[in-house]
Design a protein around this ligand. Sequence first.
Ligand code: SIN
Ligand code: CO
Length: 395
Amino acid sequence: MMNIDQALPLLGGLSPREFMRRHWQRKPLLIRQAIPGFKPSLSITDIRQLVKREEVESRLIWRDAKGWNMKTGPLSKLPPQKQANWTALAQSVDLHDDATAALLRQFRFISDARLDDAMISIASDGGGVGPHFDSYDVFLLQAHGKRRWRISQQKDLTLIPGMPLKILQNFQPEDEYVLEPGDMLYLPPHVAHDGIAEGDCMTISIGFRAPTEATLACGMLEAANDQIMANLGDIGGFYATPVIPGPVLSDTYKDPGVAATETPAALPGGLVDAALAAIRKLQFDEALAARFLGQWLTDLPENADFDPSSDDLDLAQDFPPSGELVLDRCTKMMYWNDSLFINGEVAPVTAGPLLRRLADERRLDCSPALGAELTQVELALMTEGLEDGWLHYSA
Ligand code: SIN
Ligand code: CO
């Protein structure tokens, strides 16, 4: 695992602990040669090909005499590199390229729950997305050519109305940096910025995500809803023990002895009370929050996909004495206490120390000792992972 107290070139000589304390969500950081001698795994030509693909989310942004323009992908034809003032952006390249996924993992001193994706932009001279701000933290890693970044901590974040993209009305740059390959700029949310390509340019944005309160609250309500429905069981009946820990709301409203009414259109007060009493039975507790978050945060994007493995290795039968088990680049695996979440589902096993290690390190070294330590259910789960392709074995 990563030593969070070790000074890293990636963070300009700060340790992850120091970076998180001083800069994360607080202030920008320019890092010269964050990755010395950085060579991107994908070339400008590769990205020109990538944005043509149906499963890759992409945008083309260009500026002309009339202003800003945007087209969403797939982008079958990009302008030539020698035509100025355009940029093409490919979202979540980490889902499609192993080396980009590995680059993203260098930032795992921040939890997976916050890490979002690696976006790659290519641009011709003068290209960029215009002065804007983002709601999330971002590391902007220069991958090829040069980009001139101007940034501002201005309070005025008014946008020009009626634009196809977010453009600040009154951008007043305070600092300016020209980034070369391997240089990186960290920006917390809401710092205004504008990056303009100087010649052919490629920039990789390591992006984060942060849910709104509304998303969290709605997610909790949905999880409570799932919990209620799961525990109601089949028509007419309900299970003796809850399928998902929590209340079984199977009682029917009763009103023996209720008075005759002269106002039949009025809602019975007893029914209003019963609705309130039912909702009070819900337990909005940590278990429910973890269940919602674990499933939601490991949910796979639509464009993620696994290659089911061709070799059928049964780990319970013959556990490999060497080699390693590695999570697929698209696999999302998180845990909370005993609960384990894999690719949007609650795993049918307890999150024991070995499965937690697999989630944290994304790999396990195989050995006879490991084979003996893993339980039958863990071996079965991992064998299923190999079959489905969310886990791989490499000798
Ligand atoms: C870019 O790569 O040009 C856009 C990154 C950003 O400003 O958020
Ligand atoms: Co931005």
